[in-house]
Design a binder for this molecule. Structure first.
Ligand code: CTP
Length: 405
């Protein structure tokens, strides 16, 4: 996915520098080239020899060694890549970049570059939360620098919280998403993509309903990513509080039956993604007036099964989309349940995720998914939902193209 792309990787001084060695390997495996600037502090954690062996290039660490006419100057070094990645981006590197300081090769390259910059911060949680770092972060974001991570978790110093550098696979996914976004390629041009998102509400009476905790964020992010990839997108959404994505046909529904009807009407489609958390049951004896507490015995709520929209579309003989993708929201044994769902629903792929309360996925900003198909399982790193959507859409577009040829 990175064929012909080159990355200038700036490795700052932090324990996470060892993960950057793995990042170099992943970038090269994906077909990209890597040149590395290793700061003096960075070289306390990984050696120039390790980095040179992995990158297959000379490692740049001293601004004055670049002044020789025969060497590449720091301006050229900073502009020779398609993307500059700073990993780990230490508090010091962020502060320098935010304020335009240039007193070593890394900070000079960051000031001299005219290329997009991606930073993967790594530092102690208190340093990350400090007002100065948060101020620098806001400044860098305003300057157009994109961030991946930091993750929450146990830190090398024994403290817990945000500050861990994103995993190398997540940084690679952010690099791939950057190039996909900026390639001008529209792999889904001319395709119709149908997406369901959000919960459904099943009325008990005119004021009460059965619902679930789905926020619709992942489905909406998929709709945006599919639109960015050039598709005509129909988004059938249950009740959510999210703004309508631009450029997407949004059909708002409330119940599973309404969602089913809207999906049927929106067919045919080339790709259908069922990200909605559809209620399995509706209330059979829903009251037409508000149920009163006083003077009535408690009436049991009778349930009737809702149509399984995904299973029905998967089994369509004439209008089946070429690629049908389901989601599996599980709270335990994620892979086992999702594998069973792949067979039961008759779809081509299942995107499985853990929605147990401790995962923070339902309603949260981040997600970690596994893509299951007849040919195996691919697990993506934990990323924000927009990044997950970009990677998923890129995978689906590739499968759709393969199915066509
Ligand atoms: N789905 C659907 N219509 C339904 C129920 C589910 O289209 N009535 C779709 C969801 O959008 C998702 C997939 O089926 O893509 C799996 O949904 P999930 O709720 O995880 O599975 P269920 O079939 O409801 O199975 P279970 O409740 O046993 O986990």
């Amino acid at each position: 996915m990175l064929k012909g792309r080159s990355v200038l990787l700036v490795i700052g001084g932090g324990i996470a520098a060892y993960k950057s060695a793995e990042l170099i390997r992943l970038i090269r495996k994906a077909g990209g080239g890597v040149r590395v600037i290793l700061t003096k502090a960075g070289s306390e954690f990984v050696t120039p020899l390790t980095i040179a062996s992995l990158s297959g290039e000379k490692v740049y660490d001293d601004i004055f060694s670049l002044t020789d006419e025969t060497e590449m100057g720091h301006i050229e070094l900073s502009r020779s890549a398609d993307l500059v990645v700073v990993a780990p981006a230490t508090a010091d590197l962020m502060a320098k970049a935010a304020n335009g300081l240039a007193n070593d090769l890394a900070s000079t390259a960051l000031l001299a570059t005219d290329k997009p910059v991606l930073m993967a911060p790594a530092m102690n949680v208190r340093m990350w939360n400090h007002a100065a770092t948060q101020r620098n972060l806001a400044t860098l974001q305003r300057d157009g620098i994109v961030f991946v991570g930091p993750d929450d978790g146990e830190m090398a110093c024994g403290e817990y919280g945000p500050g861990r550098m994103a995993e190398p696979a997540a940084i690679l996914a952010a690099i791939e998403a950057h190039f996909a976004r900026n390639s001008g390629l529209r792999p889904l041009a001319g395709k119709h993509v149908l997406i369901t998102a959000g919960p459904t509400h099943e009325p008990i009476d005119p004021v009460r309903y059965i619902a679930n905790r789905s926020s619709g964020k992942q489905g909406y992010a998929l709709a945006e990513a599919a639109h960015q990839a050039g598709a005509r997108v129909t988004l059938v959404s249950g009740p959510v509080t999210l703004p309508a994505p631009t450029g997407v046909t949004l059909i708002r529904v409330e119940t599973a039956e309404e969602m089913n009807e809207a999906v049927e009407k929106a067919l045919p489609a080339d790709l259908a993604i069922f990200a909605a958390a559809v209620a399995d049951w509706r209330v059979k004896n829903a009251a037409s007036e508000k149920i009163k507490k006083q003077g009535h015995a408690i009436a049991p709520i009778e349930l009737a099964e809702n149509p399984d929209i995904l299973a029905r579309v998967s089994r369509h003989t004439d209008l089946r989309p070429r690629l049908v993708v389901g989601f599996a929201a599980e709270t335990e044994n994620v892979i086992v349940h999702a594998t069973a769902k792949l067979a039961r629903k008759g779809c081509d792929l299942i995107v499985a995720n853990d929605v147990s309360p401790q995962s923070g996925v339902m309603g949260g900003e981040r997600n970690q998914v596994h893509i299951l198909s007849a040919s195996g399982i691919e697990s993506l790193p934990e990323m924000d939902k927009a990044a997950v959507a970009e990677v998923l859409i890129a995978r689906f577009a590739r499968l759709l193209t393969q199915a066509q040829t």
